[in-house]
Design a protein around this ligand. Structure first.
Ligand SMILES: Nc1ncnc2c1ncn2[C@@H]1O[C@H](COP(=O)(O)OP(=O)(O)O)[C@@H](O)[C@H]1O
Ligand code: SF4
Ligand SMILES: [Mg+2]
Length: 392
């Protein structure tokens, strides 16, 4: 996997054909309505000015707490949700296509290239369709294959995701969470897409099954030359699979860097707080004090200035007034942290190092990542959910 980049726009030296997606100033606001007349009294700013650039064949991890806007951003990029403003350019067949300008029919046709894997494998599959119908549906609807060719393609897909052809007659209830996610992956692959947005595809799964699904996604990426946006709320999962990570807070990207660099040198207090949460599963090793305070504010009433200021341990009066912008803090590493908070973060890290206390980045080596497990095919998930019992 190559390293992706986020804002700014691609430099002239970058090969244009490496870029697959450019998102600029993307906003998705949901109206808040009240009263019997359902008057619009405000907006939930779920995505509030996001810039991203992805290169072909790479994985961008998108991370942030629940409610930060990850799902809305992922769905807005492929217009499963209509964005409010901004631009989305998709590079395909030598063209730079402005997705925001496409009509419904054109967008539907292009969606063959842009697939989505849903978070919840239990509710994302139609319970009334058997696996053959679920996986074949995109091929049938788009008139890509029929008859024996269709059968052959579906069987090959289902084998490739680690299931067996005799699973094709069964219904979703007969499968474990991991197996259902494999079915969702087979369906997403059916039309041979270029870009897949995987929305927390392993969050609902046991850790052992998570590793199998992550391995599968990585193998498929190389095999099918896929580009991924991989959404997660857990930085440990994101680091394992991502070339680069974008950290999202209240609809904005607050930090982005190559994934190893982000762990070694977190440069926004929010990233440092998320990192300390995954680095210290052992209560004895957790920081003496929490790395941030409170909970995610209501995105319909986001704090002014730096949106993180109500939770930031370094906040100063100016933080409530000045809107920070993403700026480079190291090559390829951008952060919205202001100069004074970066200075304080660095001084703290230096102080800890001088005292011999492990810093977040020191402990990064010990992160209990979901490690790649050998993938046997076909896989029977180590998932002992009742629905899986006796149904293999
Ligand atoms: N259809 C919608 N209408 C109104 N608000 C929404 C809608 N979808 C999401 N939201 C709100 O947008 C914010 C971001 O949600 P979401 O994108 O699901 O975040 P995440 O995926 O990071 O958990 C949340 O406050 C959520 O309640
Ligand atoms: S700008 Fe202020 S509130 Fe925002 S991260 Fe920096 S110190 Fe914290
Ligand atoms: Mg979500």
């Amino acid at each position: 996997m190559n390293a992706p980049s986020t804002h700014p726009a691609p430099a002239a030296t970058e090969k244009a054909d490496d870029i697959i997606l450019e998102v600029r100033g993307l906003k998705t606001y949901f109206p808040v309505k009240k009263g019997i007349w359902r008057r619009v009294v405000g907006h939930v700013k779920a995505v509030d000015g996001v810039d991203l650039t992805l290169r072909r064949g790479e994985t961008l991890g998108l991370v942030g707490e629940s409610g930060c806007g990850k799902t809305t951003l992922g769905r807005s990029i492929i217009r499963l949700i209509e964005p409010t403003a901004g631009s989305i350019h998709f590079h395909h067949g030598g063209e730079r296509i402005d997705l925001m300008q496409l009509g419904r029919g054109e967008m539907r046709r292009l969606r063959r290239e842009l697939q989505y894997i849903f978070q919840d494998p239990f509710s994302s599959l139609n319970p009334w369709m058997n696996v053959f119908d679920i996986v074949s549906e995109p091929l049938v609807v788009n008139r890509v294959a029929s008859g024996s060719e269709l059968r052959g393609r579906v069987e090959s897909l289902i084998r490739r995701v680690g299931l067996k052809p005799d699973h094709l007659r069964r219904y979703p209830y007969a499968f474990s969470g991991g197996q259902r996610q494999r079915i969702g992956i087979a369906r997403a692959l059916a039309l041979n897409p270029s870009l897949i947005i995987a929305d927390e595809p392993v969050s609902a799964l046991d850790v052992s099954v998570q590793a199998q699904i992550l391995n599968l996604l990585e193998e498929l990426q190389d095999e099918f030359n896929l580009t991924y946006i991989f959404v997660a709320h857990d930085l440990s999962v994101v680091e394992h699979i991502s070339d680069r990570v974008a950290v999202m807070y209240l609809g904005e990207i607050v930090e982005t860097a190559e994934s190893g660099e982000l762990y070694r040198n977190p440069s926004h207090p929010y990233t440092a707080a998320l990192l300390s949460a995954v680095l210290d599963p052992d209560p004895d090793r957790r920081p003496e004090r929490p790395r941030m305070k409170g909970i995610v504010p209501d995105p319909a009433d986001a704090p002014p200035g730096c949106k993180f200021h109500t939770r930031c341990l370094y906040a100063e009066p100016h933080c409530a007034r000045e809107v920070p912008v993403l700026r480079e803090v190291a090559p390829g590493h951008e952060s919205k942290a202001c100069a004074s908070c970066l200075e304080r973060m660095r001084a703290e890290a230096t102080g800890r190092a001088a005292e011999g206390v492990e810093s977040a980045s020191d402990r990064a080596e010990d992160v209990p990542h979901v490690s790649p497990a050998p993938l046997a095919a076909p896989v029977e998930d180590a998932d002992n959910s009742p629905s899986n019992e006796g149904k293999q």
